[in-house]
Design a protein around this ligand. Structure first.
Ligand code: ZN
Length: 62
């Protein structure tokens, strides 16, 4: 499987895979990790928030 979190593939993503993490508010960080809120809404978080508890996802996400 191709690497999807590093290298040239990032440049084909919207904003080149970067943005502001909705959970920790870090800016220009890579948002490559999908999480889902309890209501099923999919959001992307940074590597620091992959393992964030579900309640944190629900509180901070959009
Ligand atoms: Zn984060």
């Amino acid at each position: 499987m191709a690497k999807t979190k590093r290298g040239r593939i990032l440049w084909s993503l919207p904003s080149r895979g970067r943005g502001t993490c909705p959970i920790c508010s870090r800016t220009r960080i890579k948002l490559l990790y999908p999480r889902a809120k309890s209501d099923g809404t999919a959001i992307k978080v940074c590597k620091r928030c992959i393992h964030a508890p579900q309640d944190k996802i629900d509180v901070h996400a959009g």
